[in-house]
Ligand binder design. Structure first.
Ligand SMILES: Nc1ncnc2c1ncn2[C@@H]1O[C@H](COP(=O)(O)OP(=O)(O)OP(=O)(O)O)[C@@H](O)[C@H]1O
Ligand SMILES: [Mg+2]
Length: 277
């Protein structure tokens, strides 16, 4: 054991190149995630949530700042040194349709990261993949099917099994449930919670729906325009938000239309402007 938090992000700055020069999508953001806990990241469209996620799994290299995984700064590590650490932070993507390889069976999809990580022999990898798929509730008869033959919720479960295959310490879920209908969304959230209890995996969960945030997270981080607006324990931030922006976000989310998943962004904009959508 060490004294380091699982993840400590310090003064993270992420920029995208544009024809008009670098665009700063994340500006000086700092936060921590302890082992086995969940941090939700909320904020309106374009506030920099996915950019943070992409930097954490190093799909992007930050312009500056530190990303300390168990005390090791991975923000600028070259690929060669990053490779052995990559399995420790895994990502579940938003789109359950586009994020799976259409040619691979469910079993192959989950076994693939094990192969890439050089874990076990082929038979062991397939056995482990079958266990994981069983764990996320996919029937045995479905192991040899390909993505086109699954529902959105089933695909999301395969994506979760794939992300868990390498035994990560942190799972980054970028709106992993927002493409699903409400009852399937609830099932996937239950699954994530159970898996956390069993394995001690930590989550960073990007969500629009504050109901989801309340269900799944211990801490919440509110983003606006690339900057951190407010952060703290989920219950206190949602019960007594200190910032007007967080209050507006909560008002929008309490609207029953938003709870049913209709147009949360339009509702948020309306709440921010003090009008009805
Ligand atoms: N590849 C890119 N090139 C230039 N700008 C980008 C790129 N990707 C994102 N941006 C800009 O960076 C900002 C943050 O984008 P990001 O995708 O992180 O937002 P988000 O909070 O995830 O939004 P959403 O809720 O819509 O998914 C936005 O202003 C966006 O236009
Ligand atoms: Mg996004």
């Amino acid at each position: 054991m060490t004294d380091h938090p699982l993840l400590a992000v310090e003064d993270l700055v992420v920029e995208y190149p544009t024809p008009r020069g670098p665009f700063r999508a994340v500006d000086q953001v700092s936060f921590r995630i302890e082992r086995g806990t969940s941090l939700a990241v909320v904020g309106e469209s374009g506030s920099g949530k996915s950019t943070i996620a992409r930097a954490l799994v190093r799909l992007l290299e930050p312009a500056s700042g530190r990303i300390l995984l168990d005390g090791t700064d991975i923000a600028h590590l070259p690929e060669r040194r990053l490779r052995p650490l990559r399995r420790r932070i895994q990502m579940v993507f938003q789109d359950p349709y586009g994020s799976l390889d259409p040619h691979l069976t469910a079993l192959q999809t989950v076994a693939e990261p094990l192969r890439l990580a050089g874990m076990g022999d082929r038979a062991e990898r397939l056995r482990r993949a079958a266990e994981l798929l069983d764990r996320v509730g996919l029937p045995n008869s479905a192991l040899e099917r390909r993505p086109a033959e699954f529902s959105g919720g089933q695909r999301q479960r395969i994506g979760i099994a794939r992300a868990l295959a390498s035994g990560p310490d942190l799972l980054v879920c970028d709106e992993a449930t927002s493409a699903l209908d409400v009852s399937v969304q609830a099932q996937v959230l239950n699954l994530l919670r159970e898996l956390q209890k069993e394995t001690g995996v930590a989550y960073l969960i990007i969500a629009h729906n504050l109901g989801v945030v309340r269900e799944i997270s211990d801490h919440v981080l509110v983003m606006r325009l690339g900057g951190l607006v407010e952060t703290g324990p989920t219950e206190s931030v949602l019960a007594t938000p200190a910032e007007p922006y967080t209050r507006a976000l909560r008002r929008a989310a309490l609207d029953p239309a938003a709870v049913r998943g209709r147009k949360p962004r339009a509702l948020l904009t309306a709440a921010l402007e003090g009008t009805r959508p």
